[in-house]
Design a protein around this ligand. Structure first.
Ligand code: CMP
Length: 136
């Protein structure tokens, strides 16, 4: 059954800084994701706080928001059948040390904070996150 979905992907500051944009995008393309929209931006810490609001009670929240706003990021809308889960599989575990071979975080991630990519964790959050960055 056709279950075309869209999800939000972010190439985080650690990966942009290391010029990994094309390598990471080519992994999405090779895995049959379509990049529907993309932009390179740098956000304010207050915007990162809004984006990661679900994590506001976590001990790592402050550092996480400082980090996401510390340099340029690439935000993308990715489209594929079952895109949300497919993107999570391609990214690998949050902690690169636990990520499977061949996943983006295993290949490029440095640490749990500098894990190179973000991807929406559910279809509902994908819509919220897409609107956050792309709603006009
Ligand atoms: P991301 O998928 O962008 O969602 C929240 C981020 O918090 C996560 O990736 C990690 O980079 C970061 N993070 C830092 N510490 C932790 C932790 N202990 N558990 C989960 N996520 C963490």
């Amino acid at each position: 059954m056709n279950n075309l979905e869209q999800t939000l992907s972010i190439i985080k500051p650690d990966a942009v800084e290391r010029n990994l944009e094309s390598e990471i995008k080519s992994m999405f393309i090779k895995n049959n994701f379509k990049i529907i929209k993309e932009k390179k931006i740098q956000i304010e810490k207050s915007e990162a706080e809004k984006f990661y609001k679900v994590h506001e009670t976590k001990p790592f929240y402050n550092d996480l928001c400082s980090y996401l706003s510390s340099g340029p990021i690439i935000v993308m809308i990715l489209e594929k059948e079952n895109a949300v889960i497919a993107n999570r599989e391609l990214m690998g575990s949050t902690n690169p040390k636990e990520a499977k071979e061949g996943t983006i975080r295993k290949i490029y991630g440095i640490s749990i904070d500098k894990n190179s990519v973000h991807g929406s964790d559910s279809l509902e959050n994908a819509q919220i996150e897409i609107d956050f960055f792309f709603k006009v």
